[in-house]
Write a protein that binds this ligand. Structure first.
Ligand code: CIR
Length: 264
C-alpha cells in the first residue's frame, strides 16, 4: 500500500501505471495537425516507454487497452498520485470522463486513501505539477477553478499545499513545464515569465522545441522525447542521466511523455 508518512523534499518513485493504447486512438482529441498515429508504431513506442520506466527502477502495472476511450492511454490525466493519497480527477474533456472509472481499481490497489474531484469541478492531472509537497495547478480549458479549489482542499486536508497558475496558450500545465527536482524547471512559452516560477533555475526551451518541455524526472534520470537534441544536452549539462524516448505517435495526439504514465 502506497502511504508514505514522511514527505521528503525529493520524492523517489516506486511504481508506475500505464495503459496500452487502443486501436481507436486514431479518434483521440488532437489539435496537433501532424496526421493520424500509426498504431503498430505506437505500440512499439509504448513498449520502449515502459522499458524506460523500468530502467528508472519502477514496477510497472500495464493496464489493458480500452477501445471505448480513444485517449485512455494518457493515464496521467485521470488521477493525481501523491505520497499521502490518490485523487481521481474529473476530466474537462467530456469524451474522457469515463476513463476515470477504468483506472479506479488500479489506483485503489496501491492506495488506502482515494479522493475524488466532482462536477461542476473539472481537473485533468496533466495540469498539475508536483514540487515537493506543493502542487501547481494550471487553469486550462480542461481544469476549472472549482476543480482546482477542490484539489487544493484535498491536498491541504492531507498536509500538502496547492496553488493555481493562470494559463492560456497550452493544453495542460505540463505541456510546457517539467520539474526536474533540485530547483531545476524546464519551461517554455508563457510559463517563462510567470512570477511564481522565477525562484527556480529555469531551463528555457525554444518554441520550436516546445514539445520537449514535457520532460520527466524519475529517480535521477530524465526522460526526454527523442529528437530534441538541444533539450537533451541542456539537461545533461545539469548533470542528469538522460534517457530519450520516441513518442512521436503520441505527439500526433497532443500527448507528451508524462501523460503516458502515473508515477508514484
Ligand atoms: C487529449 O487531448 O486529452 C489527449 N489527446 C492528449 C492528452 C495529453 N495529456 C497530457 O498532456 N497530460
Amino acid at each position: 500500500m502506497h502511504d508514505k508518512t514522511n514527505i521528503k523534499e525529493i520524492t523517489m518513485f516506486e511504481y508506475a501505471i500505464t495503459r496500452k493504447p487502443s486501436k481507436s486512438m486514431i479518434d483521440g482529441i488532437s489539435e496537433a495537425a501532424l496526421g493520424l498515429p500509426d498504431y503498430e508504431n505506437a505500440l512499439r513506442q509504448h513498449a520502449d516507454y515502459i522499458a524506460a520506466l523500468k530502467e528508472c527502477g519502477l514496477e510497472v502495472t500495464e493496464l489493458e487497452a480500452v477501445e471505448e476511450f480513444p485517449d485512455s492511454c494518457f493515464v496521467e490525466d485521470v488521477a493525481l498520485m501523491t505520497p499521502k493519497c490518490a485523487i481521481l480527477t474529473n476530466p474537462g474533456a467530456e469524451s474522457r470522463r469515463g476513463e476515470v472509472a477504468h483506472i479506479e481499481d488500479a489506483v485503489r490497489s496501491h492506495y488506502g486513501v482515494v479522493e475524488q474531484i466532482v462536477s461542476p469541478g473539472y481537473v485533468e492531472a496533466g495540469d498539475i505539477m508536483m514540487v515537493g509537497d506543493h502542487y501547481y495547478i494550471g487553469l486550462s480549458e480542461r481544469t476549472n477553478h472549482d476543480g482546482a479549489d477542490q484539489m487544493i482542499a484535498i491536498l491541504e486536508k492531507h498536509g500538502m499545499t496547492g496553488s493555481v497558475v493562470e494559463m492560456s496558450e497550452m493544453l495542460h500545465l505540463k505541456t510546457g513545464l517539467g520539474y526536474l527536482e533540485d530547483n531545476n524547471l524546464v519551461a517554455c512559452g508563457e510559463f517563462l515569465s510567470k512570477p511564481e516560477f522565477q525562484k527556480y533555475n529555469l531551463i528555457e526551451i525554444d518554441q520550436a522545441d516546445s514539445y520537449s518541455a514535457n520532460s520527466v524526472w524519475i529517480n535521477g534520470t530524465v526522460l526526454v522525447p527523442k529528437g530534441f537534441d538541444s533539450t537533451t544536452s541542456a539537461i545533461e549539462k545539469l548533470g542528469y542521466n538522460v534517457r530519450e524516448v520516441d513518442v512521436s505517435e503520441y505527439q500526433k495526439l497532443d500527448g507528451g511523455l508524462s501523460c503516458l504514465s502515473l508515477r508514484f
